[in-house]
Structures are given as C-alpha cells and as structure tokens.
Write a protein that binds this ligand. Structure first.
Ligand code: ACO
Length: 354
C-alpha cells in the first residue's frame, strides 16, 4: 500500500516524462526549455494530440478550429453567466465547463480547449460588472484571451510570455489532476466530464492552487530584510511555504527556470523581492528539513509571471487550467485509446461484523 501512490506506475504514456532526479521535463521528445522557446499554445497542443486527434500535428488547422470553437462557446455565455453569482473564479470556471455536454471526444477536445479562456475572460469581467468581449476567432489563443480580458489588443511581449507559460505547464506526467482526468476517462464518461474532474483536482492548494498564496506570501514579507524572520515564523508554526517542494522533483523544477527567464523579460515590480525571498526560503528549508531536498517549484514563478501579465491572483488557477487542458485532453484520448478501467483496491482496516 502507498497512501500517496508514490512510485506507483498507473499508466503508460507517450505524452511527457518527468525526471525528478535530473530536474528534466520532456514533452513528446522536446525538453520543456526548447518547447517553451519554439512553440505557442496551439503548437504544443498539436504536438500532444499527435496520433490521438485528427488535428494532432497540424497546428495551423488546429489554431483555426480552436478559434472557431471560441466563437461557438462565446454564443452560450448570455445563458450561462447569471449562474456564477457568488462563486470564486475557479468555482465559476468549474460550473461553466460542466455546462458543456459530453459528446464525441475529438469535437469535445477542441471545444473544451477553446472554452477555458472564453469562460475565464467572461467570468472575470462579469465579477467586475463588465460584459464579455467577443473573441477574435482568427487570433492565437493567448493573445485572444488577453484581448477578451481587457477589450484591447495586448502588447506582443505579454502574449508571448503567456504562451511561454501555457506551453511550460501544458503537461507533466501523471500529476493529480491528470490522474483524476484519466480515471474518469477510463470509465468512458466522456471528455468534458474528465476535464471537469481534472479541474477539481487542480483547484487544491497542494496542486494548482498555490500561486495566489505565493503572492500573498510576498505581500506579507513586504521587503527582503523581513524575509528571514517571516519565513522562520511560518516554518516554526508548521506551515508550508507556497511555491516550494514537489512530490517528484528532488532538484529545482525545470519549469521554474523557464518561467523565471520569461518574467525577467517583462517589467515585474516584484521580481527583485521574489528572488531574494526565494534564496532565504531555500536556505531556511534546507535547515528545516536537511533530510528532504525542498526546491523551488513551478508555482513560484508562475505567480510572478501571471501577475506581470496583468492577471489577478484569483485567476491564477483558472489560467493554469488554460494551459494544462492541452495535456488533460491528450491524456483522456490516450486513456480512451489504450486504457483499462482504473479500479485499484483498498485494504479494509475497520471492524468486521460481530
Ligand atoms: N514548506 C515547508 N515544508 C514542506 C514543504 C514546503 N513547501 N513541502 C514539503 N514540506 C515538508 C512536509 O511538511 C513534509 O514534512 P513531514 O514529513 O514532517 O510531514 C516533508 O517536507 C516532506 O514532504 P513531501 O513528502 O516532499 O511532500 P509531498 O510530496 O507530500 O508534497 C507538495 C509535495 C504538496 C508540493 C509540498 O511540497 C507542498 O505542500 N508545497 C507547498 C504547496 C505548493 O507549492 N504546491 C504546488 C506544487 S507544484 C504543482 O502541483 C503544479
């Protein structure tokens, strides 16, 4: 028995490989550093879908199909948006995605990938009392998302930084949300149901819910001189430092470095403080747990990058889903092609009937 399923291999995949000892992430044969440099969101999605979807390996056609699907999804917004009242951003995204029917997997994959940015932009505007901005169906997903958020075309550097982020987080082995999506896919429940399951798992602070709290931490620290005492206080109180540690990586998460480089290309007012806090935190964690390497994970620089792109911290987890949906959909199709119903066993430790 392994309570956290550590080291258990529950699926074979051609999609991504995480080497926790070497600090390496490979996406279908491309190191993440190279993928982030050479691909945009549609490019990595086409790569991940290769062999599983008719538009796999055809990024231009996929871009056009996703654009058209953004238009179709946007037409549903007036009927859907009133229902999100009182919900947080990630809860509203969960509700809106759930409204999509389960149909044919190939069509649903395009729809659900297109739906995430349309829904995030519309729900954010609704929560701010604004009406949705119609998608530009000919634009790329990252640029169009930023345009739907603000109503104006984004600076190319911002759209490029967001693309770098989306590619960097597009897939990551059998992480908790991907596993959740694959379990649901293994029951043949359908694409949308599987993706909603993935989002539910992603929402938790131990998975995709960490970057908002990373900014909260930087705000609470305030300035670099206060960092050692603040961090020591958190660890003494038994709290975890957000943006550090990982189930698989025993060295620095390679995605953290890719995102750090991307953040440096933008003007982030927080980057200097973040780099100082990171150094203090790493030193404190190695004193706190000398037996357990705890390094910077992807969420630390995610927070800085999404903040610099102009997104509010309540949108960080939804925007993570906007990237990861590329991997989730690919895993669902892979599971449906090759997988078996996932049904592990439990060991009963309760009383037996007398
Ligand atoms: N701060 C302080 N202590 C930590 C941290 C941290 N960030 N991470 C782990 N530890 C401690 C744990 O409390 C544990 O101590 P214990 O044995 O006394 O209970 C010990 O280190 C070993 O923990 P692990 O087995 O490595 O942790 P696990 O694999 O269960 O958790 C996780 C990994 C959830 C990411 C953890 O490191 C954490 O909570 N980090 C903070 C939240 C975070 O950044 N999440 C985003 C993860 S990246 C992603 O999902 C995309």
């Amino acid at each position: 028995m392994s309570a956290g399923l550590d080291g258990i291999i529950a699926a074979e995949t051609v999609l991504s490989h995480v080497d926790g000892q070497a600090g390496r992430l490979v996406l279908r044969g491309l190191d993440v550093e190279r993928a982030a440099q050479s691909l945009d969101f549609e490019g990595v999605t086409a790569l991940l879908w290769q062999g599983f979807h008719p538009l796999g390996g055809r990024p231009d056609e996929l871009r056009a199909a996703i654009g058209r699907a953004r238009g179709r999804v946007a037409a549903r917004l007036p009927a859907l948006l009133p229902a999100i009242r009182g919900l947080s951003a990630v809860e509203a995204l969960r509700l809106l995605l759930s409204s999509l029917p389960d149909g044919e997997a190939a069509d649903d994959a395009v729809t659900v990938v297109a739906a995430v940015p349309v829904f995030i932009a519309a729900l954010d505007r609704r929560l701010r009392g604004l009406s949705p901005v119609a998608p530009d169906v000919g634009a790329g997903q990252a640029a169009d998302f930023l345009r739907m958020m603000t109503g104006t075309d984004p600076a190319p550097a911002l759209a490029r930084a967001l693309d770098t982020y989306l590619v960097t987080v597009s897939d990551h082995g059998l992480n908790a949300s991907t596993f959740a999506a694959r379990i649901v896919a293994s029951t043949r429940a359908g694409m949308v149901s599987s993706i909603v399951a993935g989002l539910c798992a992603l929402k938790g602070p131990l998975h995709g819910g960490a970057p908002g709290p990373v900014l909260d931490m930087l705000d609470a620290v305030g300035d670099a001189a206060a960092a050692p005492a603040w961090i020591a206080g958190e660890l003494a109180a038994g709290r975890r430092l957000m943006g550090f540690g990982h189930r698989i990586y025993r060295v620095r998460d390679p995605r953290a470095e890719v995102l750090k480089t991307a953040v440096r290309s933008l003007s982030s007012p927080r980057i200097a403080l973040a780099e100082q806090v990171e150094q203090v935190a790493l030193a404190a964690l190695s004193r706190h747990r000398p037996d357990r390497p705890l390094e910077t994970n992807v969420e630390f620089y995610t927070a800085l990058l999404l903040d610099a792109v102009g997104l509010g911290r309540d949108l960080f987890t939804p925007v993570f889903a906007m990237g990861r949906v590329a991997g989730w959909t690919a895993h669902v199709m892979e599971q449906e092609t090759t997988g078996r119903l996932m049904r592990p066993a439990s060991r009963y430790v309760g009383p037996m009937a007398a």
